[in-house]
Design a protein around this ligand. Structure first.
Ligand SMILES: [Zn+2]
Length: 547
């Protein structure tokens, strides 16, 4: 018996991947007072078992550090799920059915909101107002797509916002139009805000419910920490309230929303928020800078123009939401104040601008530990791949998107052309160039399940179409590389790597138990595996373990 109190929890006979180093293995682990006190062979861990220790015989099942999602929107996902959610539906008829059902169920709700439709269910990714009018015409409807980069609205919503043929496109968006110039029912990027600003704000009670729902769902999927990629003042209040109520079991880093219509002085009030320090497991130490839109609606910022679908160049190369000079100033300021820059960059020009901005910050401020990261990284110019490592820019990958499916094959590749299409999601190349890789879901854009995301990172084939050909198979990762990105990689981005991200004696016992040994030859597809136990500081937050 070691010279200390017995463990609270002992996991025996498992296939532990410690991530220390990646691929590191052990069979057993003991937890006391929220921390891992032993990792190793069964006999080493058995010494820590006392009369009150919970002992779990794993029978070869995999144990990993808890997954950390480096880019996710849980409150928005929860609000959508609790409203008119279209995420589990596909196709116009199914969407309209869901809207009609919701409207009937919620007769007193003034606005029909929620969302989650898929771009590739509509020609050109642009649904029409008159279709929505068929199921809801007496109340305004505002339904963002799965990506959150545009919204489907009905005629009443357009009327309420005063959007007509005469309304100009805002600088950061586009109103989809009929040949006569009248709005057709899809509002891209900033144009959606013309309607969105009319919707009554979410109440704190609604947001608390949404967060509770989302946290339970993320724990069920093995996630113990995340970076919320877009927090506004009201969301900070909700996280803090939730934490004060003792309900926040996840570790959460909030990324403040950089308002692109305002200058660098917007950062001052945040110093006060940060100075409050952690409230429970919630801290606000990151700043989200959204640099462009998405390829599918031609708002991702590209270094060369989009093609027209027949291979001819257009005059459109997307939108810089923040001009490069202003971006360099912003990032230099953010970094100097010790906040982490967290970029959204989809197009190769946006990625390039993000790298340039970090280079400017490094030149002005010298080295820092702010750990800038760039999420999405859909199209990266090959010359920029080797810039990540020396700048200390972390590649924050959403691996689930790196597959052949409708949005890729019909709405992306024809408009990028054959060469640029091969520059997409170059995760393998980034790793080979020494870049640090983190992973996140961007849920509710797509699934929050790390196991299916990791399956895609490894195979570059959708878990929904496992017979499809891999998408750019040279960019595949090994299973251990992808697991490391979703654990240690994201822990690094979250500045939680000192305490979490590996299974090591002394670290916090944030860990996940799977229903099988995922490295076994007969394990089956990774996405078919399930999480059967999730622990935060040794306390079960999801528990279907054998007793
Ligand atoms: Zn996002």
């Amino acid at each position: 018996m070691p010279d200390q109190a017995p463990a609270d929890l002992a996991l025996l006979g498992g296939s532990l991947r410690t991530m220390n180093p990646p691929g590191g293995r052990a069979a057993a682990l003991a937890v006391r007072a929220g921390r891992i006190v032993a990792v190793g062979r069964d006999e080493e861990v058995r010494e820590h078992i006392g009369p009150k220790t919970r002992v779990v015989e794993l029978r070869g099942r995999t144990v990993l550090p808890g997954f950390q999602d480096a880019h996710v929107h849980p409150i928005g996902a929860g609000l959508e799920a609790l409203r008119c959610s279209l995420h589990d539906r596909r196709g116009l008829a199914a969407y309209l059915e869901a809207v009609a059902e919701y409207a009937e169920r919620r007769p007193d709700t003034e606005w029909i909101t929620g969302g989650g439709w898929s771009l590739d269910d509509f020609p050109g990714g642009t649904p029409r107002a008159e279709d929505l009018d068929r199921v809801i015409s007496d109340r305004p409807a505002f339904l963002p797509n799965r990506d959150g980069h545009g919204a489907w609205v009905n005629t009443l919503a357009l009327e309420r916002a005063g959007i007509t043929a005469e309304t100009p496109d805002p600088p950061d968006g586009r109103i989809e139009r009929n040949p006569d110039g009248s709005p057709s029912g899809t509002l891209h990027e900033g144009a959606a805000h013309l309607v969105e600003q009319l919707i009554p704000v979410d109440t704190e009670a609604e947001m608390l419910d949404a967060l509770a729902w989302a946290q339970a769902d993320l724990h069920r999927l093995g996630i113990t920490a995340w970076q919320d990629a877009w927090v506004l003042r009201d969301m900070i209040d909700v996280y803090q309230r939730f934490a004060e109520q003792g309900r926040l079991t996840a570790r959460v880093i909030g990324a403040l929303w950089w308002d692109r219509t305002r200058g660098p002085d917007q950062i001052e009030p945040w110093l006060e928020v940060r100075a409050q320090g952690a409230v429970g497991r919630f801290t606000v130490t990151s700043v989200k800078l959204m640099l462009d839109g998405i390829v599918e609606n031609f708002t991702a910022a590209m270094s060369q123009p989009y093609l027209d679908g027949s291979g001819n160049a257009t005059s459109n190369s997307g939108i810089d939401f923040i001009e490069p000079d202003a971006l360099a100033d912003a990032v230099t300021r953010v970094d100097a104040l010790g906040f982490q820059p967290h970029f959204h960059a989809i197009g190769d020009r946006a990625v390039h601008n993000a790298l340039d901005a970090v280079a400017a910050a490094r030149a002005a401020n010298g080295p820092s530990d702010t750990r800038p990261h760039v999420a999405h990284i859909q199209v990266i110019h090959p010359d920029d791949i080797e810039r990540f490592a020396p700048l200390g820019m972390v590649a924050n990958a959403q691996p689930y998107w790196a597959v052949h499916e409708g949005q890729m094959d019909r709405l992306t590749i024809p408009f990028l052309g054959p060469d640029r299409s091969t520059w997409q999601y170059p995760f393998g190349s980034l790793l080979r160039a020494g870049a640090r890789l983190a992973m996140g879901s961007d849920w509710s854009v797509s699934t929050a399940d790390p196991l299916v995301q990791i399956e895609v990172a490894v195979n570059r084939v959708s878990d929904l179409h496992r017979d499809h050909e891999p998408f750019l198979p040279d960019e595949r990762l090994t299973l251990d590389e992808a697991l490391a990105a979703f654990t240690t990689g994201s822990a690094y981005v979250n500045h939680l790597d000192q305490e979490t991200g590996t299974l090591e004696a002394g670290k916090l016992a944030d860990l996940v138990v799977l229903d099988r040994d995922i490295h076994a030859p007969d394990a089956g597809p990774l996405g078919d595996a399930r999480v059967i136990g999730t622990f935060v500081e040794g306390a079960a937050v999801h528990d279907e373990l054998p007793t």
